[in-house]
Design a protein around this ligand. Structure first.
Ligand code: SF4
Ligand code: SF4
Length: 306
């Protein structure tokens, strides 16, 4: 069921949800869009956050010699590309990483469907901004909020007005796709070439900072190490030299090999093993790369003409 709601309705919805959950949301802070505490619905920014809300489920650094616990949290203003990232990561880590799992099960995400494509974004290549799976999905269009919820959370919407247009999300999806088109991602797992000169070209200017991994809503790799405070798991990056360093040597000592691994994991290995590409088209890895390496080039490159 899709509900058509006003600003005032959304404040009431926010209050209802906040009675059961600790509420967070995307908001503007010192010129950046970040996630933090919010007191009311009108605090929420509808802009894409500078970083995805990944650390609600995978903390940057977390003591794992402890019992996984999670408060009930509601996160408002998550962009659909970022929520899709969680569904993609679920295929690999839900039920296996107890820290991720307990947070995932206790966190409600209220995703905002973009009305327009963000700068550089290419989410239509990976399904677009209207999701098939969600907790509570919101489309802000023509002065109203169109809201739908999964069975688990539908009770929060009872009593609001049902929308006369029950196809509004479907229509928005079609409109979005026809406006922005999509890159030809299909079959990229078979088109990429191990010996492509693209990997060396990128390696000539990549500075191995790891920003592309840290800013990605689908990168989930962590390092595990002990220090004085206990055993930690901490965000890691497949681009960093130490990522594959072992007692017997480094499996991928060359930067070109590490870059190739990143793209092969995203577009081939995960697709073959988990049935999804590890990318949602959010463009953050491009926005945050200091040397402008663009993942879209991996998708559009003509590997046969090298
Ligand atoms: S565009 Fe880049 S940052 Fe965004 S999901 Fe894809 S790989 Fe990750
Ligand atoms: S963000 Fe750019 S420079 Fe930094 S590791 Fe990634 S590709 Fe290399």
């Amino acid at each position: 069921m899709i509900y058509k709601m006003t600003d005032k309705d959304m404040e009431i919805l926010f209050e209802r949800i906040s009675k059961d959950f600790q509420s967070f949301g995307s908001k503007e802070e010192n010129g950046d869009i970040v996630f933090g505490d919010i007191q009311r619905f009108s605090d929420i920014s509808e802009e894409k956050s500078s970083y995805p809300p990944k650390d609600f489920l995978i903390e940057r650094s977390e003591n794992i010699l402890s019992i996984p616990r999670a408060e009930k949290r509601a996160v408002f203003g998550v962009k659909s590309c970022d929520l899709r990232g969680f569904y993609i990561m679920d295929k690999q880590i839900l039920g296996k990483d107890p820290f991720y799992t307990v947070k995932r099960e206790n966190t409600m995400f209220i995703n905002f469907v973009c009305e327009k494509m963000c700068s550089g974004g290419f989410c239509t290549s990976f399904g677009g901004p209207v999701l098939d799976e969600y907790d509570v999905q919101v489309l802000h269009k023509n002065g109203y909020f169109y809201v739908e919820a999964s069975d688990k959370y539908e009770k929060y919407l009872f009593g609001f007005s049902e929308s006369d247009d029950q196809n509004v999300f479907e229509e928005h999806k079609k409109e979005f796709e026809s406006l922005y088109g999509r890159l030809n991602v299909d079959g990229i797992e078979n088109r990429m070439k191990w010996s492509s000169n693209l990997w060396n070209k990128f390696a000539n200017y990549c500075i191995s900072c790891g920003a592309c991994n840290y800013s990605c809503p689908t990168c989930y790799c962590v390092d595990v190490y002990d220090d004085d405070d206990g055993r930690k798991k901490e965000w890691d990056s497949c681009i960093l030299e130490g990522f594959t360093r072992t007692a017997a040597g480094n499996v991928r000592p060359e930067l070109s090999e590490r870059l190739r691994q990143r793209f092969y994991h995203k577009f081939k290995y995960y697709k073959l093993s988990r049935g999804a590409y590890l990318c949602t088209g959010c463009n953050r890895c491009v926005d945050d790369c200091p040397v402008d390496i663009d993942i879209k080039e991996v998708i559009t490159h003509d590997y046969d003409r090298e």
